[in-house]
Design a protein around this ligand. Sequence first.
Ligand SMILES: *[C@@H]1O[C@H](CO)[C@@H](O)[C@H](O)[C@H]1NC(C)=O
Ligand SMILES: *[C@@H]1O[C@H](CO)[C@@H](O)[C@H](O)[C@H]1NC(C)=O
Ligand SMILES: *[C@@H]1O[C@H](CO)[C@@H](O)[C@H](O)[C@H]1NC(C)=O
Ligand SMILES: *[C@@H]1O[C@H](CO)[C@@H](O)[C@H](O)[C@H]1NC(C)=O
Ligand SMILES: *[C@@H]1O[C@H](CO)[C@@H](O)[C@H](O)[C@H]1NC(C)=O
Ligand SMILES: *[C@@H]1O[C@H](CO)[C@@H](O)[C@H](O)[C@H]1NC(C)=O
Ligand SMILES: *[C@@H]1O[C@H](CO)[C@@H](O)[C@H](O)[C@H]1NC(C)=O
Ligand SMILES: *[C@@H]1O[C@H](CO)[C@@H](O)[C@H](O)[C@H]1NC(C)=O
Length: 531
Amino acid sequence: MWFSRYTLTATALLSQLCLASTVDHVQAKPPCSCSDLHLPPLLGTEILSFQNAEKQAFTINPVPLLLPTAAKVPPICEVNITLTHPGTNDTVGIQVWLPLKNWNGRFLALGGSAWAAGLGPLTLGPAVEGGFAAVSTDAGLSGNLSSPDAWALKDNGDVNLGLLTNFASRSVYEATILGKSLSRQFYGKEFRTYWNGCSTGGRQGLVAAQQYPELFDGILAGAPAIYWPTYLLAELWPQVVFREENYYPKPEELGAVVAAAVAACDGLDGVIDGVIDEPSECQFEPASAIGTLDFNGKNVTITAQVARILQQIWTGPVVNGQQLWYGSLIGAPLWDLGATVEANGSRFGVPFFVADTWTRFLLQQNASFPTSALDSEDLGELFLKSQTQYDSLFNSANPDLSKLQETGGKLIVWHGKADQLIFTQGSTQYRRQVEEAFGGGANVDEFFRFFLAPGVDHCGLGETFGARPDPNGLLGALISWVENGTVPTFVEGQTPPNAPLNFTRKICSFPTVSSYRGSGDVNVAESYDCI
Ligand SMILES: *[C@@H]1O[C@H](CO)[C@@H](O)[C@H](O)[C@H]1NC(C)=O
Ligand SMILES: *[C@@H]1O[C@H](CO)[C@@H](O)[C@H](O)[C@H]1NC(C)=O
Ligand SMILES: *[C@@H]1O[C@H](CO)[C@@H](O)[C@H](O)[C@H]1NC(C)=O
Ligand SMILES: *[C@@H]1O[C@H](CO)[C@@H](O)[C@H](O)[C@H]1NC(C)=O
Ligand SMILES: *[C@@H]1O[C@H](CO)[C@@H](O)[C@H](O)[C@H]1NC(C)=O
Ligand SMILES: *[C@@H]1O[C@H](CO)[C@@H](O)[C@H](O)[C@H]1NC(C)=O
Ligand SMILES: *[C@@H]1O[C@H](CO)[C@@H](O)[C@H](O)[C@H]1NC(C)=O
Ligand SMILES: *[C@@H]1O[C@H](CO)[C@@H](O)[C@H](O)[C@H]1NC(C)=O
């Protein structure tokens, strides 16, 4: 009877033979061809379209910030699915790429960025190039990562909770279930399944760990956008400070003070390398920067007011004596949260786009709402509104990972310690809450490892001060942990190509930190221990 809830196409029914040969644990049977694939029923959804075709090799050109180097896509079986949740009026797109040759025996589900639930070919490309079968979904959103304006509100002005639910969680489940089913049919074997995402993709990975732990053998979640209803409003804090000080600093004023702080605190860890290893130990006072600073060969004058602004940005949002979230970490760039522009002879603040659009569309339900005019009282009220209205759907920070522990899944969370967009302290808070729930870090370490990467900006992107040894090989470390039981006690960090400094570091499993042995080449990770 309940079959009538699903759309079972004739193709699906005709391909039962293929299905029979490829059910779980049946090995080495002839796989389905690309054109024989079918979709399993999926509760609460209706399939609108299903296309599959083999594709020749092609190249995806680099896209700034999203795809640093070109992806060489091997020949694949490409599957496009659209589905809807009856009653929701949504159209969810799911793309699955299955390498025709050199499959590495693994399935990878890929996360999104900012307002996009998935980045499609930009993440599928590198995944299949690396031999993975892979899936990405748009969750029925517009796919425009800069703004939810095309979908956040319904025609009647109400928040589109159906789409927000897709974005919050269920699209991760649905895309992965369908992608795994297609891979099982296509390759005719069982395989390991992984998640990889950063920022929004990191939040989605933690949602999987919390809500759908049976889906994945391993989850890699970078700079997770958890505590979303809270931290997004904290992202507006620098702009509120500017407004209340009635001064909109030039980028070089903020930059010169951050650079001075990095220079002052760089050596606290015993090595001068352009990295503050532990920002919370940096006692740099912005007032000490008052005067003229040399910044990139330019003299920049720092006033007492600019110093006061920096102090408030680093302290974080305090309204009526209450600390509402963390401040920017000392050493993190402030280009984005502290952005200003000059127009018509004055300077204006530019609220960060994700926080701005969250406020306008999801909190005010008014595209014209002037986010840049918020004062601290307004901000305090919006924190409360955002949490009250959206925490249950979008906080994505449930510390109960007991199901993940039971299923034997492994989780790696990493976060740069100079992340200018998502406050690193939030990830540490989450880790601590999980430790509390499990009676200590040692218990948690059995299935959840946490890496803080000194000097590294949001997801390893962007312009940092000094140097940034980006973590390499995190996915490889996760795979070795899952498949070989090799516990990742550290991963290697390497400064990017063409950076002024060239060195490697150990990025250590929390709570250990990298420490120079006192002898040996300071530029190589081998001279450091995790202690
Ligand atoms: C899948 O969708 C993409 C983007 O619309 C399109 O370029 C591609 O040809 C489609 N593939 C199939 C098999 O229909
Ligand atoms: C359904 O979505 C379409 C396009 O996304 C829109 O034009 C239409 O008005 C929506 N229908 C309802 C009932 O909301
Ligand atoms: C994304 O949305 C923004 C804001 O509405 C708009 O300016 C931009 O053109 C959109 N980008 C694309 C690719 O549609
Ligand atoms: C910066 O100021 C110093 C001392 O006042 C001066 O010697 C130097 O030439 C200035 N540099 C630039 C780039 O203006
Ligand atoms: C600058 O002035 C023009 C013309 O009056 C106006 O359209 C524009 O919005 C102004 N820019 C800002 C940032 O206020
Ligand atoms: C939206 O915000 C603008 C600017 O504050 C205001 O003029 C307008 O009345 C608001 N619209 C609604 C429907 O509240
Ligand atoms: C697992 O260990 C074997 C033997 O040391 C090695 O060849 C293989 O590459 C390892 N696999 C992974 C995924 O680490
Ligand atoms: C960095 O140093 C290593 C070891 O000395 C060297 O192999 C590598 O080519 C260097 N990379 C760059 C970008 O200079």
